[in-house]
Design a protein. Structure first.
Length: 371
C-alpha cells in the first residue's frame, strides 16, 4: 500500500493558501530525492475570491464590493473560473512528481476519484463531468484544476462545496445571473449543488475532511499519515507570498484578448429562451440558456457544458450539442436550433468586440455576462 502524507489547516488567507500549495511543489522537482506524495485538505478564511490563472481580475470580481465587505482576492496557478472560498468549502490539493505519459484530463480523473469516493461515504453519487468538474445529478459540486510546473512537479486543485452562500457570491463575483433579478439565486442553484443540499444538515468544509481523506485512501489504495509541514516548505510559502501572491504583477495579469459577450433569443414550444454567450477569442467560454421554466431541463444543462471551450463552428457545435441532448433538448426543438442561437449571440459578441464595445465583465465559469 502506497503511503502519502496528509497536511491539514484551516482559516488560511488567499495568498497564503495558494503560496503553500506552490511551495510544496519544490520538493517534487526533477532531481529532488524521492518522497511520498502530499494530500493537503484545508479551508480558507471567509471569504476569499479566487480567479483562474488566465482570467481578467476586474472582469471576474467586483473589487469595490470585495473591499467594502472585506473579501480577500487572489489568482490561482491553475486554470478555470472564478470561485469563492471560505469555511463552507474544502480545498483539496495533491502535490507529487508529474508523471511523464499522462494527459491533464487523465490526472484530473485519477485524483478526483478520491473526492468522488469521499462523497460516496455520505451517500452522494458524484461523477467526473466535462473538462474539469464533478457533478451530482447534473449540478456542479466541485471544480478541478491541474498545474504542471517547469521543474517536473504536479499540483492538483479542487474546491468541494460543503455549502455555498449564493447571495454572497452574487455580490462579489461578476456573475451575469445577478442581472436576472429575483431569478438569480435560482439560476445558480439549478446548476450548482452542495453537500448540505444533497446530504442534509449543516456542513462546513472542515467537516468533510475525514470523508475525503477516507475517499482518497480507498480510491487510490493509500495509507495517509498526518504530518506537520517542513520548515523549508513554510519558508518557501512565506517567500512566495511576498514575491508573487501579494504583487500586482501576479494579481492583475490579463489575457491577451478581452472576452466578448452578447445574447440572443429563440422561440420554442416551451416558451422564449434567451442565450447568453461569452467568447474568448473565437472560442465559447460559456453559454447559458434561461427562460420561464418550471424546472431547468437536464439536457439543457448538458448542452451548456458540452459547448464550453468549443470554437464557433456550426458543424462541430451541432454535433456536440446533439450528443449531449441524447435526442431531446427538453424544449421541443432540436439541438441545432439552440446552436443557431449560440452562433447568433456569438456573431453579436464578435461584432461588439470589433467595435471596441465589449464590456469589461465577462462572467464566471458558470454564467457568461448578460447584455
Amino acid at each position: 500500500m502506497e503511503r502519502w502524507r496528509l497536511l491539514v489547516s484551516d482559516g488560511v488567507g488567499g495568498g497564503e493558501g495558494l503560496a503553500f500549495d506552490e511551495a510544496l511543489m519544490a520538493g517534487y522537482a526533477r532531481g529532488a530525492p524521492p518522497r511520498p506524495p502530499t494530500l493537503r485538505l484545508y479551508t480558507y478564511r471567509s471569504h476569499v475570491a479566487l480567479i483562474g490563472r488566465y482570467q481578467h481580475l476586474e472582469a471576474e470580481v467586483d473589487l469595490a464590493a470585495c473591499r467594502r465587505i472585506g473579501t480577500d482576492v487572489n489568482r490561482r496557478p491553475t486554470g478555470g473560473g472564478a470561485i469563492v472560498m471560505g469555511a463552507g468549502q474544502l480545498g483539496v490539493a495533491v502535490v507529487t512528481r508529474a508523471p511523464a505519459a499522462e494527459r491533464p484530463k487523465e490526472l484530473l480523473e485519477r485524483y478526483s476519484a478520491g473526492i468522488v469516493a469521499g462523497l460516496a461515504e455520505l451517500g452522494i453519487e458524484a461523477r467526473f463531468r466535462g473538462k474539469n468538474d464533478l457533478e451530482v445529478g447534473g449540478r456542479k459540486i466541485a471544480g478541478l484544476g491541474v498545474y504542471l510546473d517547469g521543474n517536473g512537479a504536479l499540483l492538483f486543485h479542487s474546491s468541494v462545496l460543503a455549502d455555498l452562500d449564493v447571495e454572497f457570491m452574487l455580490q462579489v463575483l461578476r456573475i451575469p445571473a445577478a442581472k436576472l433579478g429575483d431569478k438569480a439565486v435560482s439560476a445558480v442553484r439549478e446548476r450548482v449543488t452542495t453537500v448540505a443540499a444533497e446530504a442534509g444538515g449543516g456542513w462546513v468544509g472542515a467537516a468533510l475532511r475525514e470523508e475525503v481523506a477516507i475517499g482518497f485512501a480507498k480510491a487510490l489504495g493509500l495509507e495517509l499519515t498526518e504530518e506537520d509541514p517542513q520548515p523549508a516548505e513554510v519558508a518557501g510559502a512565506e517567500r512566495l507570498v511576498a514575491e508573487k501572491y501579494s504583487t500586482d504583477a501576479w494579481l492583475h495579469q490579463r489575457s491577451p484578448q478581452k472576452d466578448a459577450t452578447a445574447t440572443s433569443v429563440v422561440k420554442t414550444p416551451a416558451g422564449l429562451v434567451r442565450c447568453y454567450v461569452a467568447l474568448s477569442g473565437d472560442t465559447i467560454k460559456s453559454a447559458l440558456f434561461t427562460g420561464d421554466f418550471n424546472e431547468l431541463p437536464a439536457p439543457l444543462v448538458r448542452i451548456e457544458e458540452a459547448l464550453r471551450w468549443k470554437r464557433l463552428e456550426r458543424t462541430e457545435l451541432v454535433g456536440v450539442a446533439t450528443r449531449a441532448a441524447v435526442g431531446d433538448t427538453g424544449l421541443g426543438v432540436p439541438a441545432d436550433v439552440l446552436v443557431d442561437a449560440v452562433l447568433d449571440a456569438g456573431a453579436r459578441a464578435v461584432g461588439a468586440r470589433g467595435a471596441e464595445a465589449a464590456p469589461l465583465r465577462d462572467g464566471s465559469c458558470y454564467f457568461p455576462e448578460a447584455q
